[in-house]
Design a protein around this ligand. Structure first.
Ligand code: KG4
Ligand code: ZN
Length: 343
């Protein structure tokens, strides 16, 4: 089965071709970073317009790269939510029209299920059940994944998502947008131990997260000491250490609680090498295997959407021609394929 994947939930246009036997045949991501950089964050209307400009050329380019013709496609999978409503509508209307004209199925995919399954595109994929730590710009969640569509959210952020905290701290430190990679590289030049930031919500039981207090603590430290370059690097380092240790503590707790022996970490922040190192070190003595997506599949991309669509289509999931997109969509409202309420 050859599936075209289309991702347009935020500020990346992602297109990919996934084949059930041969895997990813081609994928391209166009990032709108330059469009939004001047505003210090994503401007929804500009995002929609840029998706309109880029989506068709990018689909044609991706098919050409894989030497695939439109009539060879078996299905189209697209992000139906959660995300920016205008951006979602661009991807879904193109996907639906294309599928209609080719007389093939189209399937709306949950963006976070795409992230959750992205490590399965690896050569050495984890098998379910596993614990998933989803860390993106909009979401932070710990999920008990028993099977495709069988998701129990064990904990999530009560305020800012981890990626959002990275982006805001980047702004405080005078770094550009997007902030995650910039904070990561500045942190690497900082001294560990010069500052110690709080590890939010780790002293009480439970698996929820909160990053707004840590953000304020960082802002106060920047205001007090941040006028020297080298000190700003120390602050970035303290912030990253606090985030990493918070995730290490919560993941260890969730692994102990569930007895799961495999941990999947995905979403934009999973590209962070300090986080990868911290989680891998934590997991070793527990005999837990940790899986990450390939770096190019950590942030938004079409490959994870093509793959998630393929997994559901393979189970016989079908959708009627009408469609809706959902700016807000709870991951644990999904059902396993074939069960009542399933996509
Ligand atoms: O998954 P993603 O591409 O988009 C959403 O679904 O939100 O995640 C984007 C987020 C941004 O907040 C970005 O700053 C963060 O992931 N990010 C990182 C790194 N690379 C991207 N955060 C920390 N370290 C990184 N290396
Ligand atoms: Zn994402």
């Amino acid at each position: 089965m050859l599936v075209l994947g289309i991702e347009t939930s935020c500020d990346e246009t992602g297109i990919a071709l996934f084949d059930g036997e041969r895997g990813i045949l081609a994928h391209s991501v166009y990032s709108q970073v330059e469009v939004h950089a001047a505003f210090g964050g994503v401007v929804p209307e500009l995002a929609s317009r840029d998706h309109v400009r880029k989506i068709l050329p990018l689909i044609k380019q991706t098919l050409a790269e894989a030497s695939v013709e439109f009539d060879e496609l078996d299905a189209v999978a697209y992000t139906a939510g959660p995300g920016l409503i205008g951006a979602l509508l661009v991807g879904s209307s193109v996907a639906r029209s294309l599928a209609f004209s080719l007389d093939i199925p189209a399937l709306g995919v949950h963006h976070m299920e795409g992230h959750l399954l992205s490590p399965l595109l690896d050569d050495n994929p984890p098998s379910m059940p596993f614990l998933a730590l989803l860390v993106s710009g909009g979401h932070t969640m710990l999920v008990d994944v028993q099977a495709l569509g069988d998701y129990r959210i064990l904990g999530e952020s009560l305020d800012d998502a981890a990626g959002e905290a990275f982006d805001k701290v980047a702004k405080m430190l005078g770094l550009g947008y997007p902030g995650g990679p910039a904070v990561e590289s500045l942190a690497r030049t900082g001294r560990s131990g010069r500052f110690r930031f709080p590890r939010p919500m780790t002293n009480r039981p439970g698996l929820d997260f909160s990053f707004s207090g840590l953000k304020t603590f960082t802002l106060n430290t920047v205001n007090e000491f941040g006028d020297v370059d080298s000190v700003r690097a120390d602050i970035a380092c303290a912030f990253v250490e606090a985030v990493v240790e918070t995730f290490v503590i919560k993941c260890r707790r969730a692994l102990n609680q569930t007895g799961l022996k495999s941990l999947v970490v995905s979403g934009g922040v999973s590209a962070n090498l300090a986080l990868r190192e911290g989680l891998s070190t934590m997991a070793r003595p527990l005999d837990v295997a940790v899986h990450y997506p390939r770096l190019e599949f950590c942030t938004d991309n079409g490959a994870m959407i093509a793959y998630a669509g393929y997994r559901r289509l393979r189970e016989g999931v079908n959708e009627s021609l009408g469609f809706e997109v959902r700016p807000r969509w709870a991951l644990d409202s999904l059902a396993a394929p074939g069960k009542p309420g399933a996509l």
